[in-house]
Design a protein around this ligand. Structure first.
Ligand SMILES: C[S@@+](CC[C@H](N)C(=O)[O-])C[C@H]1O[C@@H](n2cnc3c(N)ncnc32)[C@H](O)[C@@H]1O
Length: 202
């Protein structure tokens, strides 16, 4: 699964400024509309060189900034400054999902949209899924060690649900092409409130 999968369904994206958190090598560039401005924020500066190489294949997109920072404290990004936040396969590895989602709401403009796609722990919707979740828990230490701090068992949808977005379109999917331990997926969009009164600010 990739971001294009969401955008095929959410056809109405016309952002001007996109903040992508954890872009790594910039695999999502191909899905961005022409003439948008992309700010990339990743704590791992190792990816910057590869990100810039990949970016050069998309001259229609303006990307001046590769910010070396953490999603939990995006002090480099101003309040109410971006139309869209994209984060794919990021909540599985951030240290603090609660702070990350607060920061996403802070930097989004009023009515701005957060696009997400994450592999998650199996929801407890059937005894088979509970069994698979138990396997995820067992394998988690190895997964974490081999995949540089990634968690296979995080049920991150509950953090998104509780984050206080104005609207939330949350979908579950189990793509067969993914290994079973990372097959449970969530994807969708959340929008911030139109007025300051309701937004969760620092
Ligand atoms: C699994 S990769 C996903 C890469 C890309 N988004 C994709 O969908 O292919 C996770 C990315 O999130 C970044 N990341 C992890 N924790 C982060 C944090 N706390 N703040 C910023 N970036 C983080 C990693 O450096 C990496 O680039």
């Amino acid at each position: 699964m990739d971001l294009g999968y969401i955008l095929e369904i959410q056809q109405n994206i016309h952002p001007t400024v996109i903040l992508e958190i954890g872009p790594a090598r910039g695999n999502n560039f191909e899905f961005y509309p022409s003439n948008c401005r992309v700010i990339a924020l990743d704590y791992n500066s190792y990816f910057e060189k590869y990100f810039r190489e990949n970016k050069s294949k998309f001259p229609n997109i303006l990307c001046e900034d590769f910010v070396n920072g953490r999603a939990e404290d995006m002090r480099e990004i101003e309040d109410n400054s971006v139309d869209v936040v994209v984060a794919t396969y990021v909540l599985c590895s951030v240290k603090d999902r609660y702070k990350t989602l607060r920061e996403i709401q802070r930097v989004l403009k009023k009515g701005g949209t957060y696009y997400f796609m994450e592999h998650v722990g199996y929801p407890h919707t059937s005894s088979w899924h509970i069994f698979l979740f138990a396997i995820q828990l067992l394998l988690q230490p190895f997964w974490y060690a081999f995949l540089g701090g990634c968690h296979c068992h995080r049920q991150s949808w509950s953090y998104i649900e509780k984050a206080g977005f104005h609207t939330l379109d949350l979908n579950y999917e189990y793509p067969n092409e993914m290994v079973f331990i990372a097959r449970a997926h969530i994807w969708g969009t959340a929008t911030t409130h139109q007025s300051d009164d309701c937004n969760h600010k620092k």
